[in-house]
Design a protein around this ligand. Structure first.
Ligand code: ADP
Ligand code: MG
Length: 634
């Protein structure tokens, strides 16, 4: 036995303790994932050594045949996972197996509820891989040595998963890592040859490193009886051991694609769809891109994981290479393998390489095409949209060249269905446009209900003209970058003059002009009464049930965007609204026949109500209440 020196006992980081507690006490379903996580780490470690050895062959220490070995001992109740990958030094062991370094951990832990099914999924999603060992083990020993360091610098880590762990220096002839899991009484089923083999096949067929398991062979005598003392152990490769993406598409089953996704994306659930492409010629690469079935917890975090796993000629280069996809496609996961880049490419070099831009635009197109195909399956696409729609909405602003393609992938709520579910495409809308309607109308509000019941929609509802109901935070930003779809411009119904185009006949337009003339005196009086509070007062035909509404000038920033910017501390110049009055409304008729204080009060109340209906804030709410009360008690 090796002797351990310099032994220290250390406490796990708080987050790890919480996590361990949860795994030990509430995760009983899907326990088998521990093996996937151990193999996945071992495969990553082999990838890392292969990469590091590109510059320094000596790191292999004359053992360049990278492999993973899995052994079990039913009597002792142990399963051992061993690799001859990069290994870890003492500091790395303490860091990697004592903390959760990844950002967003606290956020992740907040989401854990103690409900098994849900939490198991979240844990898979977060990829807290190593600690999952404690789902099945009550005692774990890790022995490791970093490739290229002296034999005496091996490290032994040991823990019962109860809040602390020990580390000690040990002699270790082989580089790489060995993890011995001592199984809990109720998890002994995993110390079984058949069970382990089938799990390896299930989770690791696609991994490019061979996973081997020992088999005992015995010589047979002439009668076919085993010869005593002839037992010898041979190692058998259990997995397919070829990188999945290099195999021909026709030979890869859906299950294999799905298993590979789980490895790449650290996800527990199946992907929605994938696209596997081998491109030869001017630009050579293989890409395998996936659309996940649900949003990761860090989708909106600035430093959230994104990008593809990058390989150069089958050699793993880096995780999360974000240079190959635009930000608005940050939910896409997968692998890019290319011979266009050199093996010693770094993140910094990637930023300067013009080939990266070319691959990026090719992958962007692939990803958008994949979404286009997915959209043919309405239900699946809806799942995608609900999870990632608001990210895709960043597209038109970020990616001018693909604006039309992206526009075709957008989904909205509209007055056609009056449902908060965003499930109508612009093509659907255009297909339902009225004769003579040249524009696509939309309204932006803070919530679906505010959009749906906005006074601005009254005339549109009456005429049966569909309006997009936009209620995502990003929508106004989106619309400022979408100028047209299918040759039709977009019009914000709460801005500028109302023009329904040819949907309105000449007669109607003439009648409107006459009303406007007839109300000139009223308009003038209202404007005087409101003084500085509006920039214009006019009569409108856009209202049916409401007495008044406020409108912004056509090129003015909308209310939603203003509120977002103000909340972010951005000072904005004041904008005065245009007040529009509904000449046919009884309150406006009453206004016309009022005078003195009653007139002034009513005019103010109409303006303030219109602002409230828009989701806006009153400058002086007490004055509004006072005026309203005066009118009510008159
Ligand atoms: P992740 O794999 O997502 O980084 P894990 O919890 O699975 O998270 O592993 C934590 C870290 O521990 C890894 O990133 C790696 O640095 C280290 N590690 C785990 N297993 C091994 C191994 N077999 N060889 C080398 N390093 C390992
Ligand atoms: Mg891992």
């Amino acid at each position: 036995m090796t002797t351990a020196t310099h032994e220290e006992t250390l406490g796990f980081q708080t987050e790890v303790k919480q996590l361990l507690h949860l795994m030990i006490h509430s995760l009983y379903s899907n326990r088998e994932i521990f093996l996937r996580e151990m193999i996945s780490n071992a495969a990553d470690a082999c990838d890392k050594l292969r990469y590091a050895a590109l510059d320094n062959d000596a790191l292999y220490e004359d053992d360049s045949e990278l492999r993973i070995e899995i052994e079990h001992d039913p009597a002792a109740g142990t399963v051992t996972v061993r690799d001859n990958g990069i290994g870890m030094n003492r500091a790395e062991v303490i860091e990697n197996l004592g903390t959760i370094a990844r950002s967003g951990t606290a956020e992740f832990l907040k989401q854990l509820s103690g409900e098994q099914q849900k939490d198991a999924k979240l844990i898979g999603q977060f990829g807290v891989g190593f600690y999952s060992g404690f789902i099945v083990a009550d005692d774990i020993t890790v022995r490791t040595r970093k490739a290229g360091t002296p034999v005496g610098e091996g490290v032994e880590w040991h823990s019962k998963g109860e809040g602390e762990f020990t580390v000690a220096d040990v002699e270790r002839p082989a580089h790489g890592t060995e993890i011995v899991l001592h199984l809990k009484e109720n998890a002994r089923e995993f110390a079984d040859d058949f069970r382990l083999q089938s799990l390896v096949r299930k989770y690791s067929d696609h991994i490019d490193v061979p996973v081997r398991m020992p088999r005992v062979e015995t010589d047979k005598d002439e009668d076919g009886k085993p010869v005593e003392g002839s037992e010898k152990t041979v190692w058998e490769t259990v997995n397919e051991a070829t990188a999945l993406w290099v195999r021909p598409k026709s030979e890869i089953s859906d299950d294999e694609y799905k298993a590979f996704y789980k490895h790449v994306a650290h996800d527990f659930a199946d992907p929605l769809t994938w696209s596997h492409n081998k491109v030869e010629g001017k630009l050579e690469y293989v890409s395998l891109l996936y659309v996940p079935g649900r949003a990761p917890f860090d989708l909106y975090e600035r430093d959230g994981a994104r990008g593809v796993k990058l390989y150069v000629q089958r050699v793993f280069i880096m995780d999360d290479a974000e240079q190959f996809l635009p930000l608005y496609l940050r939910f896409i996961k997968g692998v890019l393998d290319t011979r266009e880049l050199s093996l010693n490419v770094s993140r910094e070099l990637l930023q300067q390489d013009p080939k990266v831009e070319k691959i990026k635009s090719a992958l962007t197109k692939r990803a958008l095409d994949m979404l286009g195909k997915l959209a043919k399956d309405k239900e699946a696409y809806q799942g995608f949209w609900n999870a990632f729609g608001s990210v895709l909405k960043e597209g038109p602003a970020e990616d001018f060249a693909n604006r039309d393609k992206i526009a075709g992938l957008l989904r909205f709520s509209t007055t056609h269905t009056d449902s908060a579910t965003q499930d109508q495409s612009l093509a659907d809308y255009v297909g339902r446009m009225k004769e003579g309607q040249g524009k696509i109308y939309y309204i932006v509000a803070d919530s679906f209900n505010a959009a749906k019941s906005s006074p601005h929609l009254e005339i549109f509802r009456k005429k049966g003209i569909e309006v997009l109901l936009l209620h995502d935070r990003i929508d106004e930003w989106l619309m400022s970058h979408l100028t047209e779809f299918d040759g039709k411009g977009f019009v914000d119904v709460a801005k500028g003059d109302l023009d329904l185009g040819e949907v309105e006949g000449e007669e109607e337009k003439k009648a409107q002009e006459e009303t406007a003339k007839a109300k000139e005196a009223l308009v003038k009086r209202v404007k005087e009464a409101l003084g500085e509070q509006t920039q214009e007062v006019r009569v409108t035909h856009r209202l049916i049930d409401s007495p008044a509404c406020v409108v912004l000038p056509e090129h003015e920033m909308g209310y939603q965007m203003r509120r977002i910017m103000e909340a972010a501390g951005q000072p904005l110049p004041e904008v005065k609204p245009i007040l529009e009055l509904n000449p046919a409304h009884p309150l406006v008729e009453r206004l016309e026949s009022a005078d003195g204080d009653a007139f002034t009060d009513l005019a103010h109340v109409l303006l303030d109500q219109a602002i409230i209906a828009e989701g806006g804030h009153l400058d002086d709410p007490a004055a509004y209440v006072k005026r309203l009360n005066a009118l009510l008690s008159a």
